[in-house]
Design a protein around this ligand. Structure first.
Ligand code: NAD
Length: 329
């Protein structure tokens, strides 16, 4: 019997890659999103353009007992979108409404297995002040003090999924993603994340040019390649693990180092101009002890490998765009 999966947010970066993986695994897949994927055709068998804040739409797309439901839809963006404060009300209202609707429609259809994409942004700001020693172990989430309203909504929704597990016997699984990057991710327009923004700036630069870096560049992060994110996602979904797990890389780098690595991949000499900008916490890294213990698996691909693939893809997009603008297309 063919298994059925629903991917909410299937027009987004992670969702569109997840659809491809579920098709390879033999599922019949329905995707739902406000938009189609931007950079490639969806591979979903059925793709509904619709707004998951609408309860009726939710009931209509969750019209059966799906074997697996992945809830990735959210109002989100890079630091320039989340940390300025200008979008707080939208971010909280829109994402919470989606989660309330999707979970309850699943309960009514007895679709029990649901995956929820939370974020490293739920971790307390007070544990991420030292760029060399951030603490993001799963049990450090409380006392809660996320540094953004995006993080607070994620924390509320995590608790919502865990409550449905306790009260309604649903098999909800929660991942805390840490900075996912890769080909077919947003690379321009203001919602892109640091790796994509740096790849774009370097692809557009000539050797010996200078690129702008927000802040001193000594803030640290880790970045997980999309392939490993998808692998961790399906492994967690098909496990018995009831608790939230980090899905992230443990290879922590400073933003300055990230620029140097991308410049090396591009074969260009690049200088950095430090400018004011939204920074987020000083340091953040995935702690992978619990995922290794629960799933006997953890991400291991070196950052360099994922960045090479991503840089080549973004370079192609930049070249295509400049050809189009030169030909007036
Ligand atoms: P994305 O923005 O590319 O995808 C989210 C999708 O949700 C978008 O296509 C958007 O159109 C859709 N969406 C938003 N509002 C909707 C609505 N009302 N109805 C239907 N669809 C709607 O983001 P992504 O990077 O693919 O992230 C997927 C999930 O993972 C999100 O929940 C995000 O918060 C979480 N996450 C991502 C990262 C990361 O580094 N990419 C890190 C932590 C958590």
């Amino acid at each position: 019997m063919t298994k059925h999966a629903l991917v909410c947010g299937a027009g987004g970066f992670i969702g569109s890659h997840l659809v491809k993986r579920l098709k390879r695994d033999g599922f019949w897949v329905r995707g739902v999103d406000l938009k189609f994927p931007e950079f490639s055709e969806t591979e979903a068998d059925d793709f509904v353009i619709g707004d998951l804040r609408d309860r009726n739409l939710c009931s209509a797309v969750i019209d059966r007992r799906f074997d697996e439901v992945y809830q990735l839809a959210a109002d989100m963006g890079g630091a320039g979108y989340i940390f300025t404060g200008e979008h707080d009300a939208d971010v909280m209202h829109n994402s919470a409404a989606i989660n309330l609707n999707v979970l309850d429609s699943c309960r009514r259809r007895a679709s029990k297995k649901i995956f929820y994409s939370s974020s490293a942004c739920i971790y307390p700001a007070y544990n991420q002040t030292d760029p060399a020693n951030p603490n993001c172990s799963e049990d450090s989430a409380y006392p809660a003090a996320p540094d953004s309203e995006y993080g607070w909504e994620k924390l509320f929704s995590e608790r919502l999924y865990l409550a449905y597990r306790r009260n309604h016997g649903m098999h909800t699984h929660v991942a805390r993603y840490h900075n996912i990057f890769g080909p077919e991710g947003t690379w321009t327009g203001g919602r892109e994340k640091a790796p994509a923004a740096i790849c774009r700036k370097i692809a557009m630069a000539r050797s010996d040019d200078e690129i702008e870096v927000w802040g001193g560049g000594d803030q640290t992060r880790s970045f997980l390649y999309i392939g490993e994110c998808i692998e961790g996602t399906v492994r967690l979904m098909r496990s018995n693990c009831p608790c939230p797990l980090n899905i992230g890389s443990q290879e922590m780098v400073s933003i300055n180092h990230l620029v140097d690595v991308v410049a090396d991949i591009a074969g260009k000499r690049i200088a950095k101009k430090h400018v004011p900008g939204p920074l987020g916490v000083r340091g953040r890294n995935s702690d992978n002890r619990l995922i290794k213990e629960k799933l006997n698996w953890k991400p291991k691909q070196p950052l360099y490998v994922g960045l090479e693939n991503t840089y080549r893809w973004i370079e192609q997009q930049v070249n295509r765009n400049s050809l189009q603008s030169r030909s007036g297309g």
